[in-house]
Design a protein around this ligand. Structure first.
Ligand code: AHZ
Length: 328
């Protein structure tokens, strides 16, 4: 038996119209069954629940709709232009700037967690609001997040509002693909006059990575890219991944070790020092504090957004050169 033809996705997230009235007669068949109305608005559905029915589907269609796209994306992004490791506030900010300003580049985000966003869902000590010191308020205006102006700093009423807004903007960009529940297990390297150049990432599903100790032979996958931007946060079970790997491959001598909290010095240092640490690897956000021994800033997020901007700028400065080197 051949499966029924796919139903085209017509629902585009229409807003609830307050004025439209439902034309009930046109939606209900003669024998009372519900007709699927392509392009139907939410308002037209209201009050029609007795006759309501979803469009028919076969289970394999759901499976194929997901897997076809996923494997197509794996194929497309196996050669990426820029890989961003970690979808916290810094990684998402970098992805936003790069994806928006360079629609010609394929940007791939690898996020270890099922739920992207890193530590930016809450402000501090599990409080709801997020503080950003000026001039990072410019980034909130850019992405359209409202805030209270308190003088030298602004407050977003929910940190989750910042994170969900930037994420929705990033993920809607046609040249950005995020693979979540996927972690970077290693870096791809090439010989370089300075030692090594980073030319991509080695990935695995995070759940697989977590079981290397009790299951054998679960080899990883790879993504080639002339540039990697690593924003995996400060050291922890998953954090500071790329810079710890640079230490073990003897590309940097040792971790600088994140220092105690000093909001005033920490935020400026992270933004100013966001840079290419070894050819092909730019480090931003709190991961950088583990290279430079920078102070932490705690629950003030302006430096994460602006470090993302700087990481994007640094990436575009060297992109053409790294792309040329990576062609081999
Ligand atoms: O899941 C991690 C998180 O979403 C992800 N990640 C870590 N290791 C990974 C790996 N592969 C793929 N090997 C990985 N993904 O990276 C993300 C890091 O997000 P974050 O919010 O921890 O980092 P950030 O630098 O964007 O923001 C830091 C926020 C902090 S911590 C802090 C302090 O303690 O002082 N202050 C601020 C503002």
């Amino acid at each position: 038996m051949s499966p029924p033809a796919a139903v085209s996705p017509t629902f585009q997230g229409a807003e609830l119209a307050t004025t439209a009235t439902a034309t009930k007669a046109s939606k209900v068949g003669l024998n009372g069954e519900s007709k699927v109305q392509p392009g139907q608005s939410i308002d037209e559905m209201m009050g029609q629940w007795d006759n309501f029915k979803f469009a028919p589907i076969r289970e394999s269609q759901v499976s194929r709709a997901m897997t076809r796209r996923y494997f197509q994306d794996l194929d497309t992004y196996a050669e990426s232009d820029i890989v961003i490791v970690g979808a916290g506030s810094c990684g998402l900010s970098a992805a936003y700037v790069l994806g928006k300003h360079r629609p010609d580049l394929k940007i791939c985000i690898i996020e270890a967690s099922v739920s992207p966003g890193g530590g930016a869902w809450l402000g501090g000590q599990l409080f709801s609001a997020m503080v950003m010191r000026k001039p990072a308020d410019a980034f909130l205006r850019e992405i359209g997040v409202p805030y209270d102006d308190e003088g030298n700093y602004v407050v977003v009423k929910h940190a989750a509002l910042f994170t969900s807004t930037i994420m929705s903007k990033v993920l809607a960009l046609p040249n950005v693909k995020m693979f979540n529940a996927t972690c970077v297990e290693d870096l791809i390297t090439r010989p370089d006059e300075d030692g090594v150049r980073i030319s991509g990432v080695v990935t695995n599903w995070t759940l697989v990575s977590m079981h290397h100790d009790d299951q054998s032979c679960m080899d990883p996958n790879t993504i080639n890219a002339p540039l990697v931007i690593s924003t995996t946060g400060h050291d922890g079970p998953m954090g500071a991944f790329s810079v710890k790997r640079l230490v073990s491959m003897q590309r940097i001598e040792k971790l600088g070790g994140m220092r105690g909290l000093d909001m005033n010095s920490a935020e400026d240092a992270i933004v100013k020092n966001t840079r290419e640490i070894v050819p092909g690897l730019i480090v931003g956000g709190m991961e950088l504090s583990e290279v430079d021994g920078a102070n932490r800033m705690g629950p003030t997020f302006g430096a994460m957004a602006l470090s993302g901007l700087k990481a994007a700028e640094e990436a575009l400065k060297v992109f053409d050169l790294r792309a040329k080197q990576n062609a081999i």
